[in-house]
Design a protein around this ligand. Structure first.
Ligand SMILES: [Zn+2]
Length: 415
């Protein structure tokens, strides 16, 4: 079993070291500047239901895995930070105006704060940020909130959603999980064999057709290309258009690690607590439960599975502030630095992908369904789509847990 070479050079500790701000919370402390401070992770946990907090603590604190931080001066850190920063700078994106999940989350935060007998200076800033979020769609402003807008001097005029922006990568945590890695390593062999078998079959078929003089030829499937054009069936072009800061070497290694089996590094943005669960248990495609109406269950645009992206701009639109939930805010940590958010940069085996148009009806396909000889689903989006200022961004979906490994947890904030 071949573990990545650089792992041998890292200083590992078991599980998730809670000295580090993985779960952050608003402290009750206020200061003259009125800025929000993180002291520790306790108050957020207390706010959770008992069973949920037990789960998070149980899986996250003693793990079957080790973690280590990359030295910020190391070549690996520099390559990842350079790639991600250039990716974020290459395009800007705004989430859909008045997006329901974000509006409801802002309402929940306002409701939660409304129950408090007294608000600290920090609470007031969180409140104001969330009142501002609802301005994207004033129909979410409940009658009870009107007084709060007046009281805190927040206008109620319509406002656009915040755009993604440049980022600063502060820390990169590596996950060493021997059991998950062994599974992943075996999946590489499985996919390699599978691709070889598919190619053999097609090759044999083409040969027979040629022998029989039938003018039929099926091109051999390819995994990935990183160039400017799609070549071969089922090949995909990555959308990292910016070459700024990307050396030839890093372009080769990030995000494509092994072209033949479609091994790539892809981004996955989710909540900090979920990231800890993924570090311990791996990705779980069944976690995507979908929405059931009658006896039909619908999932995301590509069906049931775990979704990844290759656009940091898009990932930013999923990643709320751990303190106030907003996509853009001024929250700071104890060193007066902007609060870090997290994303997973995961190793994924796309193998031979099947392409799906997002408007096709793949929504009812579950993890048990994937085309013969295919290993992943890719949705390529182009042009301006609804309210998204989107110029090319790929979505990737995997249905088998062994094809994904949560290798890097990247800590970042907006520049
Ligand atoms: Zn915030």
């Amino acid at each position: 079993m071949s573990e990545p070479d650089y792992w041998s050079e890292l200083n590992w500790t078991n599980g998730w070291d809670d000295q580090l701000p993985s779960v952050v919370a608003v402290s009750e402390r206020s200061d003259e500047s009125g800025s929000r401070k993180i002291i520790n992770g306790t108050s957020r946990r207390r706010a959770r239901s008992r069973s949920e907090s037990d789960l998070v603590v149980a899986v996250a604190d003693r793990g079957a895995y080790d973690t280590a931080f990359l030295d910020p001066n190391s070549d690996m850190f520099r390559r990842i930070a350079t790639y991600l920063s250039a990716n974020a700078a290459a395009r800007t994106l705004a989430p859909p105006q008045g997006e329901r999940t974000r509006m409801v989350r802002a309402q929940d935060k306002i409701d939660e704060l409304s129950l408090k007998p007294a608000l600290s200076a920090n609470d007031i800033l969180v409140l104001k940020t969330n009142l501002t979020t609802l301005r994207e769609d004033p129909s979410y402003i409940k009658p009870a909130y009107v007084a709060l807008y007046t009281q805190h001097g927040v206008p109620r005029t319509k406002k656009s959603p915040p755009k993604s922006g440049k980022v600063i990568i502060t820390k990169i945590r590596v996950i060493r999980h021997p059991a998950l890695w062994a599974q992943y390593d075996a999946a590489r062999d499985r996919i390699r064999d599978d691709i070889a078998a598919t190619k053999d079959e097609i090759h044999k078929f083409n040969h027979e057709m040629a022998e029989a003089g039938v003018p039929v030829y099926i091109p051999l499937p390819k995994a990935l290309t990183t160039g400017g054009k799609v070549s071969g069936r089922s090949a995909v072009t990555f959308t990292t258009k910016s070459k700024v800061g990307l050396t030839e070497d890093s372009r080769e290694k990030l995000p494509v690690l092994n072209r033949k089996i479609g091994e790539v590094l892809l981004m996955h943005g989710t909540l900090p607590d979920v990231i800890k669960i993924i570090a311990d248990k791996g990705f779980n495609p069944d976690y995507n439960q979908g929405t059931t109406t009658g006896n039909i269950t619908k999932y995301g645009a590509l069906g049931q599975g775990t979704y990844f992206g290759d656009s940091f701009a898009k990932v930013q639109t999923y990643t709320g502030c751990p303190i106030c939930n907003a996509l853009k805010c001024d929250c700071v940590d104890q060193d007066d630095q902007p609060v870090d958010r997290m994303l997973i940069l995961a190793r994924c085996l796309l193998g031979i992908p099947t392409k799906a148009r997002t408007h096709d009806s793949h929504r009812t396909e579950n993890t048990a369904t994937i085309k013969d000889g295919k290993h992943s689903v890719i949705g390529q989006e182009r042009g301006i789509f609804k309210s998204w200022t989107l110029f090319g961004s790929n979505e990737f979906m995997l249905k088998q847990a062994d094809q994904m490994y949560p290798e890097f947890i990247v800590y970042w904030h907006r520049a």
